[in-house]
Design a protein around this ligand. Structure first.
Ligand SMILES: *[C@@H]1O[C@H](CO)[C@@H](O)[C@H](O)[C@H]1NC(C)=O
Ligand SMILES: *[C@@H]1O[C@H](CO)[C@@H](O)[C@H](O)[C@H]1NC(C)=O
Length: 155
């Protein structure tokens, strides 16, 4: 019994040390998006960064297009369509996609559908190629989001 326990532990250790250094779980299959800062006043610049390390190296989801949308979270009134912040085409092999938006221009040009002092999501929609059974390429889409709050503090 004692021997069995010891053997089980050492095989766990062997498994752990054989695992790749990259820790990827399913939530990372379309990339990870972060926004900094997460609270924006008029005039502030936000840096939006997407990391595709797990998406590319573990899931083979190589981004062809990355679209960044400002969205009203879940229970909006149904008329607040997502607002396109940026459409990008990362170079093949790119693991990090980064750009800035300023709350006084693109984020501010939203008087009819969007409101200040409110919470939004920045949604990353990632389009990536797949191999069809006949050898042709087709594209599928997945996404992740990060929350952001837009205030009027400096307006
Ligand atoms: C947003 O919140 C700030 C701080 O509470 C307030 O001064 C401002 O009037 C609010 N703006 C709107 C449009 O509600
Ligand atoms: C598609 O096939 C090519 C050639 O075999 C391969 O390099 C590529 O990784 C495949 N892509 C996917 C998404 O499976």
């Amino acid at each position: 019994m004692k021997f069995f326990a010891a053997a089980a532990i050492s095989s766990l250790v062997a498994l752990a040390s054989a695992a790749p250094a990259l820790q990827c779980y399913e939530a990372l299959r379309f990339g990870v998006i972060s926004v900094s800062p997460t609270t924006l006043a008029a005039g502030d610049t936000a840096t939006i960064t997407a990391d595709f390390t797990c998406a590319v190296e573990y899931y083979n989801h190589v981004p062809k297009y990355t679209d960044y949308l400002l969205e009203v979270p879940q229970n909006n009134n149904g008329y607040e369509a997502p607002y396109l912040l940026a459409h990008r085409e990362p170079a093949p092999g790119t693991l990090t996609d980064q750009f800035t938006v300023q709350a006084s221009d693109s984020l501010c040009a939203i008087p009819h559908a969007y409101y200040w002092n409110a919470s939004y999501d920045i949604f990353l929609q990632m389009t990536y190629p797949q191999n069809g059974t006949d050898g042709s390429t087709y594209y599928t889409v997945g996404g992740v989001y990060a929350p952001v709050t837009i205030t009027t503090v400096n307006a």
